[in-house]
Design a protein around this ligand. Structure first.
Ligand code: GLC
Ligand code: CA
Length: 514
């Protein structure tokens, strides 16, 4: 387990939309390098960069044409290597996005695999044995190749599934999970990882990590076995490298697959979802952090605690402000509500992730789909840096921007918030710094629930010597807390007071006591 994960706070960068250094309207790697001082000042210690590799961009780069080449629109491999160097100089690690489940249908492996003649890539993807034979219960495409067969899709139509074999094999064209062709795909992916790790990258966020072996069992044990094999390679060859999975089942990903971290994704109705995106279920929005949400922390804890308890000795659950696939939190939470949510994120166990722009409360915009984004596109608009043209994102003409910017008069801007003591940015920055400076809040320090009752507030929890309490409602709340009046206030949002063994929390308040 890499030690550096213990105090890590990640920042996710969507490269298209972060900072355009050459005025062509799209963000790029030199633009990220230019922004490193800003990133380091925010206090984060690591980056996750969405796919920045050569691609036809039918899924914003999750359709990779060349795993080993930076997309020209973002720069060159040398630029990326320079980013690793410049980030490391500031104590910042860099994770790339590994997409192991599929490639673009323009990837040279797939172009070979489509050929009628048998070659070494024929079995790199999942194919049936006849053009008229489909794949039961899975999406597939037929009639697009000289090869007689249908190929399986892993996501969009442009993303054929790589072949890691099938666990439950019902057709004779299905490779076994332990077949030589499945092993060859796994080794090819390890080769991609070594390529970038040797150049200075610090690990990977792994896209659809649970999708590899088809017809896997309920525990995804065959897919997990592949990841354990990858983890053995890392432990031996790159012990400082870290992997975080897009799996959202920490028992399977961490205990089974050996991932260091697993994302707690935004799935309608799960614990994470009830904190801030309860509206996704339809009907009344009772999100915990919404001031009018009737705060029921138990909906979160009932789902989270079993996952946490099962994995806490082996890896970390990662919660995020949002990501490139989810609506931004500012879609429904106001700035005071966001502050409480961020304070909670920065005081929980595991490794937290902040999505670019959430530090200033960037909004979810109603924009036309771009590169297969669909409703996700609204969370992918350009960063609002300052009051120059295009908010300092790019010097291009407005109509040449990758995506439109927030045109509203009160659009949040980094420049304003950096100097305003009460801003969302300054609040998050305070809590990031507090976390990283206090060992009690690092990833591995146990969580103990002190007060959590269905539809009762506040929520009170302890980590080491620190006690946290949060009241997201618009009413004052109080709770019995032994020796409350003797505790020191270490960090605060809003106001609290104490009387002997009682903690009073004013509306929308958060406190760290010691
Ligand atoms: C993951 C990515 C998403 C992408 C999909 C297919 O869910 O986060 O953006 O479209 O995988 O690669
Ligand atoms: Ca550019």
């Amino acid at each position: 387990m890499p030690e550096w994960l213990k105090d890590a706070v990640f920042y996710e960068i969507y490269p298209q939309s972060f900072n355009d250094s050459n005025g062509d309207g799209i963000g790029d790697i030199p633009g990220i390098i230019e922004a490193l001082n800003y990133i380091s000042d925010l206090g984060v210690s690591a980056l996750w960069i969405n796919p920045c590799f050569d691609s036809p961009f039918l899924d914003a780069g999750y359709d990779i044409r060349d795993y080993k080449k930076v997309a020209p629109r973002y720069g060159t491999n040398e630029d990326l290597i320079l980013l690793f160097k410049e980030a490391h100089r500031r104590g910042i690690k860099v994770l790339l996005d590994l997409v192991p489940g599929h490639t673009s249908d323009q990837h040279p492996w797939f172009l070979e695999s489509k050929k009628a003649e048998k070659n070494i890539y024929s079995d790199r993807y999942v194919w049936t044995s006849h053009a008229f034979e489909g794949i039961k219960d899975h999406p597939y495409i037929s009639g697009m190749s000289e090869r007689a067969g249908a190929y399986m899709l892993n996501f969009f139509a442009s993303q054929p599934a790589l072949n890691y074999g099938w666990l439950n094999r019902t057709e004779k064209w299905m490779s076994a999970a332990d077949s030589p062709e499945a092993a060859a795909t796994r080794e090819a992916m390890k080769d991609v990882m070594r390529f970038w790790l040797d150049k200075g990258c610090d690990g990977f966020r792994v896209d659809m990590a649970d999708s590899l072996v088809k017809n896997d069992d309920a525990n995804k044990s065959a897919t997990a076995a592949i990841w354990r094999n990858v983890r053995e390679m890392l432990d031996k060859e790159y012990p400082e490298a870290a992997m975080v999975s897009e799996w959202s089942n920490p028992q399977q990903a961490i205990n089974g697959g050996g991932f260091h971290m697993d994302f707690y994704l935004d799935h309608v109705g799960n614990g994470y979802n009830t904190l801030l995106r309860d509206y996704e279920k339809g009907g009344e929005d009772n999100s915990f952090f919404l001031s009018k949400g009737h705060g029921d922390i138990m909906r979160f804890l009932d789902d989270y605690l079993p996952k946490y308890n099962a994995t806490k000795d082996r890896g970390y659950i990662s919660m995020f402000t949002c990501n490139h696939d989810t609506p931004r939190p500012a879609r429904t939470l106001s700035v005071p509500e966001l502050k409480l949510f961020y304070a909670f994120l920065m005081t929980m166990p595991g490794v937290p992730f902040v999505y670019y722009g959430d530090e200033i409360g960037m909004r979810y915009l109603d924009v036309k789909t771009k590169e297969g984004g669909y409703q996700r596109t609204g969370s992918r608009t350009p960063m609002q840096w300052n009051h120059k043209d295009n908010y300092g994102f790019s010097s291009a003409a407005k109509e040449d921007l990758y995506l439109p910017m927030d045109e509203s008069e009160d659009a949040p801007v980094v420049f304003d918030q950096v100097s305003a003591p009460d801003s969302l940015y300054r609040c998050l920055r305070r809590f990031i710094h507090f976390r990283r400076n206090n060992r009690d809040l690092w990833a591995d320090i146990p969580l103990e629930i002190l007060y959590a009752e269905k539809e009762k507030l506040p929520f009170v929890y302890r980590r080491g010597s620190l006690i946290m309490a949060v009241n997201p409602s618009l009413e004052e709340q109080s709770v019995h807390l032994s020796g409350a009046s003797k505790l020191r206030r270490m960090e605060m949002i809003g106001k609290i007071r104490t009387e002997e063994d009682i903690l009073y929390m004013e509306p929308q308040s958060f406190v760290i006591l010691q």
